[in-house]
Write a protein that binds this ligand. Structure first.
Ligand code: FAD
Length: 213
């Protein structure tokens, strides 16, 4: 049994300062206003133009660009991620992955619940439950069950990898919901640092989304 921290990885390449991405949206959006003559090479016109689009709620223009992010989270969080209908997904399959095999180190990987500190009785209780789930899964496989049958024993804390591709408009809607205080704490654990990183690497697009303290 392995216990790991949740994480994310931005799979889409982002240009220095996000300028190319903003210029792409500018080139498309200026068709509406026939203002292509206002494009400047240094990216300043793109920054101002995209800021204006978002400020006015003309967000259809930012649907022309997308981002892919791979999350390593537990299956409770992934179940919430897949509710975002405009996005596209690729998720590690508990039907096809046989965790008793060597490539999975012959066991289950679990995501550490940050709200139970190691050494506390709550954490020990969780750890014992995970250990029991792992031995139940491995016993079922040993008795001849297929992975898609044995997975019935796996709990929400089971690690999963899920790649999400969505356009910027959908990511904005996603972050508004999933970084908010009302979102599940383990969701916030990955979405808040991701949003903060994107605000730095891809300015303008996410600047106005405030994370509640
Ligand atoms: C705090 C919180 C608690 C939640 N609790 C529960 C719960 O108890 N039970 C539960 O079942 N779910 C729950 N959810 C999930 C929630 O109901 C949504 O399924 C999820 O947040 C995805 O939101 P969305 O539909 O806005 O996003 P997306 O599916 O990503 O859609 C993005 C936007 O596209 C538009 N859109 C998409 N599809 C349609 C459509 N068919 N018609 C019109 N417009 C559309 C809407 O503007 C939508 O906001 C919860 C979510 C949050 C954030």
């Amino acid at each position: 049994m392995k216990i790991i921290e949740p994480s994310y990885e931005i799979l889409t390449e982002i240009s220095e300062g996000g300028i190319k991405e903003l210029q792409h949206i500018e080139k498309i959006g200026r068709v509406c206003y026939k203002s292509e003559d206002k494009i400047t090479e240094d990216g300043e016109s793109a920054k101002n133009f995209v800021k204006m689009l978002i400020g006015r709620g003309h967000e259809a223009m930012i649907e022309h660009s997308s981002l892919s992010v791979k999350f390593t989270v537990d299956r409770g969080v992934s179940h919430e991620l897949v509710r975002h209908r405009i996005a596209s997904f690729a998720q590690e399959s508990t039907r096809y992955c046989n965790y008793s095999k060597d490539k999975f180190d012959n066991g289950i990987t679990f995501i550490k619940p940050f709200f139970w500190e190691e050494g506390t009785k709550e954490y020990s209780n969780w750890e014992q439950a995970m250990s029991l789930a792992e031995s139940g899964y491995l016993s079922a496989i040993g008795m001849g069950a297929t992975p898609q049958e044995a997975r019935s024993i796996l709990p929400n804390s089971t690690k999963t990898e899920i790649t999400i591709t969505a356009n910027y408009r959908e990511w904005r809607a996603f972050f508004k919901l999933r970084t908010a205080k009302a979102a599940h704490p383990q969701m916030q654990e990955v979405t808040r640092p991701l949003l903060n990183e994107l605000k730095i690497r891809l300015p303008i697009i996410f600047d106005d989304i405030e994370v509640e303290e």
